[in-house]
Design a protein around this ligand. Structure first.
Ligand code: ZN
Length: 827
């Protein structure tokens, strides 16, 4: 007996060492103890590739895309040999289980856990943790893999991660310096957090404006995991944070999701307690805004969670924090490894229940609003469809002519006449809770203290008329699109001007050196009425274009742009095509300020907008160089949101004003307006908040101060602005525009200048706005233009490019560039 036990033990040990021998540990592979150096992105990926080679029956690594800087994006599937063999069947079963795929699910009761690392590039401990997690799963935790598929995205934002690591590696001392004043703890602008275009990928899950998100969503929606964890880092003094999350929780979150988060949190606590590590739960990180790495999966039925380790771009390999502790990378990655493994353990132990409860989430027969009906500009409807497709949300066309329900335009019950082009999105579909979260006019907010914006309702963002109906609206499969007609010889061709598609069409024409006119007044020709902003391309203007008709036809086809032919310059109702009211579009040379002083997010939004949406050239100028550059090379200068105190010194302000007087145009966004408000020569002025606020604060108890303070805030709320659509900045708009207000800073109406859009009421259509903040909002500026000499200052109080999702606001910026104060023509 003794002998048998001994030989069994020998066999057991042999097998154990065999596994350990065949799989390299991260430290062995990297050539340094994990956490004693930062691993560059390719090292992380190479480790995953190596492990896949060593144990291909249990690890499948696939690439799902590429970043803007051409780094690969990867997913590793880790499970038992059996499960990896049946991966596709398991995936399909999961979709059948929730009605996203036809057929009977053979309910495997296999848990699917997706672990996402390093979405913020400079929160760099988490990709290190991904390697150790992979190793431990395959060496010590094989038991869990029998009924669990673990999907690991080791590096969601490799461009950001390498930006941080390359900077750190070239900056840090040897050995590392724990003094936080050392340069290795102070990243330069813009830091490694965002992606190439400086977007925060952890705000982009729903809007999917970035390639990383777009490519990830394709795989995510094919898998629909039961658990998703997004690994982050916070300030160096913070203890670890894990689920359960803080209020507010969005209404669509089920009791099961709440309860199981708590169970997972308790399991983590067991491990953290055993080591004496500090942590907190149920505070700060809420589940409301749908575009995060925790909320998006939650609204898609998963246990979506954020884990936060103290660290961040400041921490380096080691730093002395306020609590007298030297926080090291080794410690940071150990915590993330522990919480990651504990998550997989909980999923494995509760796999059956996870599957059952997951399926229940997708029953959406009880949602209040059954259908959302939208009508309006076809381009805007199409761009909404593109967004819905990214999330595999289905939609149809209406087969009725009238709907009643909650009218988005009035915020009240009403009815709307529609035709068969109207888009219908039903709530009773598998993705119904996400439909509710994205469409409902006003999400129920259980607590006004939230981490992010409180309004995003899609009909407002896309500028569409809409109704939310409590009864199901009849509909049928989508109408197919009609092919565009081929252009024939004519005097000229006219395009409408309402949408980003029209703007892209203009940009494409300018790129091909077409001369394009736009009308400042409506006119009629060939019995067609053309509104302000309509583009006119005449044969006579474009004699310099070889094969004019053919080229125009090609561009129109490529851009799917419908053009109306006109036969004469003589209009039925004026202006005629040769009128001074019909002007040539200047091929503007546009510059934008970047670098210290500008908000990297806002700069990134402008950069991305020009390169990836408008497709129009943009020159980026560093704020440090402003004093020395020759501004005369540009017609338009964009100032993103930011703080320009150190940029616009007296000399530089004089330089800017002189350039504007000579015909330049400044477009100032959000915080950039502070550079001019109340300053000499400008009619822009702040509108102060009511001054009784401070007095009241003194009587507020210490414990209530934070909540009381929220009375002064606007945290992303939707208002209805009055628009002067005869002004070129508002061409293509109606006399109302729903604007997303991101803060409470308010400006009075301009005394001298044009108040292109302004608030003449303070009704909140969606989101949270504090009582005090609201008091000062009436009669305040949203968009305006002020002339100085031959040029203009254009004010955009509300940033229409914010996270690139307020689709309906983008044309205001395009108008500002090409149509406002359109003087000197150069080509
Ligand atoms: Zn983060």
């Amino acid at each position: 007996m003794q002998k048998l036990v001994t030989s069994l033990l020998i066999i057991f040990c042999f097998q154990l060492s065999l596994t350990a021998q065949t799989i390299s540990s991260p430290s062995d592979f990297l050539g340094y103890e994990i956490g004693t150096q930062f691993s560059r992105n390719h090292q992380v990926i190479d480790y995953f590739k190596t492990v896949q080679k060593q144990i291909p029956n249990q690890v499948k690594l696939e690439t799902y895309g590429k970043t803007n800087e051409r780094r690969g994006l990867y997913l590793a599937y880790i499970s038992s040999e059996e499960n990896i063999k049946n991966l596709e069947t398991i995936r399909e079963n999961n979709l059948k289980n929730i009605g996203l795929l036809e057929g009977e699910s053979s309910a495997d009761d296999i848990a699917i856990v997706w672990l996402s690392y390093n979405v913020h590039g400079n929160e760099a401990s988490s990709s290190e943790a991904s390697m150790l997690t992979l190793f431990k799963l395959l060496t010590e935790k094989q038991e869990w893999l029998k009924n669990t598929i673990v999907i690991i995205d080791p590096s969601m934002n490799p461009d950001g991660r390498d930006r941080y690591i390359n900077w750190y590696n070239e900056t840090a001392s040897q050995p590392y310096d724990i003094d936080r004043q050392a340069s290795e703890h102070n990243e330069p602008w813009p830091g490694g957090r965002p992606n190439h275009y400086l977007f925060d990928l952890n705000r982009d899950w729903v809007w999917a404006s970035q390639v990383e998100t777009q490519q990830r969503l394709e795989v995510y929606n094919k898998w629909m995991p039961h658990v998703h964890v997004d690994f982050h880092e916070q300030g160096i003094n913070e203890p670890y944070y894990f689920a359960p999350a803080a209020e507010p929780f969005h209404e669509v979150i089920t009791d099961w999701q709440r309860d199981f988060q708590t169970e997972i949190g308790k399991n983590h606590a067991k491990y953290f307690d055993a080591e004496g590590w500090l942590f907190f739960t149920r505070e700060r990180f809420d589940l409301f805004y749908p575009s995060y790495g925790d909320t998006y999966p939650t609204f898609m039925g998963a246990m979506g969670m954020t884990y936060e380790q103290g660290g961040h771009g400041m921490a380096g390999l080691g730093i002395f924090n306020d609590e007298g502790h030297v926080l090291t990378l080794v410690e940071r990655l150990t915590h993330h490894t522990t919480s990651g493994l504990s998550t997989v353990e909980m999923a494995s132990k509760n796999a059956k229940q996870l599957n059952t409860e997951f399926a229940k989430f997708f029953d959406n027969s009880n949602l209040k609003y059954k259908s959302y009906v939208l009508k309006g500009n076809e381009d805007k409807l199409n761009s909404l469809k593109t967004l819905l497709n990214k999330h595999h949300i289905t939609f149809e066309n209406a087969t009725t002519s009238k709907v009643s329900g909650m009218n988005y335009a009035t915020g009240k019950q009403g009815s709307l006449n529609i035709d068969s082009k109207a888009l219908v999105v039903h709530a009773n579909q598998p993705k119904g809770k996400m439909v509710k979260a994205l469409f409902e006019p006003n999400a129920k907010l259980s607590d006004s203290l939230t981490y992010d914006i409180t309004a995003w309702s899609l009909p407002y963002a896309y500028g569409l008329e809409a109704m939310a109906s409590t009864t199901k609206i009849p509909s049928e499969t989508l109408l197919s699109k009609k092919a565009l007609q081929k252009l024939t010889d004519a005097y000229g061709y006219v395009s409408k001007w309402n949408s980003m598609d029209d703007a892209q069409f203009l940009a494409a024409l300018l790129k091909h050196n077409f001369k394009v006119r736009f009308t400042e007044k409506p006119f009629t020709s060939n019995n067609n009425k053309f509104e302000r902003g309509s583009l006119i391309i005449t044969k006579g203007d474009n004699k310099h274009i070889k094969n004019f008709l053919e080229t125009l036809n090609t561009i129109a086809q490529e851009q799917a742009q419908h053009l109306t032919q006109i036969n004469s310059g003589f209009s039925q109702t004026t202006p005629d095509i040769g009128s001074p009211d019909i002007k040539l579009v200047n091929k503007q040379k546009v510059a934008v300020l970047s670098g210290e002083g500008t908000s990297s997010l806002s700069y990134g939004e402008v950069w991305h907008f020009f390169e990836q949406q408008l497709h129009y050239p943009l020159t980026s100028i560093n704020t440090d160089d402003f004093g020395s550059i020759n501004l005369d090379k540009y017609n338009v200068l964009i100032l993103p949101n930011g703080n320009y105190r150190n940029v616009f010194t007296e000399d530089n302000m004089t330089k800017l004003k002189d350039w504007v007087r000579a015909g330049g145009k400044v477009i100032a966004i959000d915080g950039a307006l502070r550079s001019f408000a109340g300053k000499d020569g400008f009619s822009l002025n702040y509108k102060k908040q009511e001054d009784d606020v401070e007095k009241k604060d003194n009587l507020t108890a210490y414990a209530d101060r934070e909540r009381e303070y929220s009375n002064n805030l606007i945290t992303g709320a939707i208002f209805n602005a009055k628009v002067d659509h005869t002004h070129p900045m508002a061409f293509g708009y109606d006399d109302n525009y729903f604007t997303l207000k991101l803060g409470s800073t308010a400006y009075s109406l301009l005394d001298s200048g044009y108040n292109v859009a302004y608030l003449n009421n303070t009704k909140v259509y969606s989101g949270f706005a504090g009582q005090n903040a609201l008091k000062s909002l009436d009669q305040t500026l949203v968009f305006g233009e002020e002339h100085m000499g031959n040029g203009s200052f254009i004010y955009m109080v509300d940033n229409t490019l914010f996270r690139s999702f307020w689709e309906n606001g983008k044309l205001f910026l395009v108008n500002s560039i090409f149509m406002v104060n359109n003087n000197a023509y150069e080509l």
